[in-house]
Design a protein around this ligand. Structure first.
Ligand code: SIN
Ligand code: MN
Length: 240
């Protein structure tokens, strides 16, 4: 008897990945994924185009669009000084609502896990309704793009990061707060998946080791880009 089906079902159950980090596979339904792809098409038309941010003299392999703030290593700005100096789009209200839904659902998953008692929403320092992200970094990965292990530490506010994925599946490496090495876990983030990291996991190293081409479901396909993956991370900059 083929056991693959049962394993797959187990692999994609919502769960705590590390204390303060929760994975919610399939959080976005088909309509929500398709709708976000339509939003992405609008964001692509500006005012700031998707662009490769330069880090230490090297362009990243992902193409980024910032909403609310424009990101450059170590700084958030309202204008894209390294691209075309245009002011970025506002952070959308619907995304705040979505972020709160992710936090609330993740808190339930964490609260039900006796091994990780501090992973509930109080340990993230807020109730879901008080989550007020003000920047979204929207990253596009083509089939060869990657993101090296790093910490998200350009924000002054300790609120959790909420991540949403659409399109092709990636291998997301979620590690520890000490260094880029083991222990880490490789997770298949698929179209529609949400992931939260906050509290004791807020400064965990993480990265994307590969994209699995042509794995997107029909409603999550980025046909206008020839495939690939979009990841949105919402953060709270703590800047005025
Ligand atoms: C990021 O670390 O900012 C992006 C992670 C991802 O693409 O899943
Ligand atoms: Mn990151």
């Amino acid at each position: 008897m083929e056991s693959l089906f049962a394993d797959e079902a187990f692999d994609r159950a919502p769960r705590v990945v590390a204390d303060g980090a929760v994975w919610l596979p399939g959080f976005l339904d088909e309509a929500a994924q398709a709708w976000i792809i339509r939003q992405y098409r609008q964001w692509q038309s500006g005012p700031v185009p998707a662009h490769a941010t330069t880090i230490a003299g090297h362009p990243m392999s992902v193409q980024t669009i910032g909403l609310g703030w424009h990101w450059q290593p170590g700084r958030y700005d309202r204008r894209a000084r390294d691209v075309n100096n245009a002011r970025v789009l506002d952070f959308p209200d619907w995304m705040t609502r979505l972020g709160r839904q992710v936090i609330a659902e993740a808190a339930e998953v964490a609260a039900a896990d006796p091994q990780f008692p501090s992973g509930d929403e109080r340990a993230w320092g807020l109730d879901a309704e008080d989550y007020r992200p003000d920047v979204a970094l929207v990253n596009y990965y083509d089939s060869s793009a990657k993101m090296g292990m790093h910490q998200d530490k350009d924000e002054f506010d300790p609120a959790p990061v909420v991540s949403l994925s659409i399109g092709d599946t990636c291998i997301f490496r979620f590690g520890n707060t000490v260094n880029r090495n083991r222990p880490y876990e490789d997770i298949r983030l698929a179209s529609g998946d949400a992931f939260v990291f906050g509290g004791p996991a807020r400064f965990a190293y993480h990265g994307v080791t590969s994209i699995q081409p042509a794995t997107a479901p029909e409603h999550g396909r980025l046909d206008h880009l020839g495939g690939g993956r979009i990841n949105i991370t919402m953060r709270t900059t703590g800047r005025a």
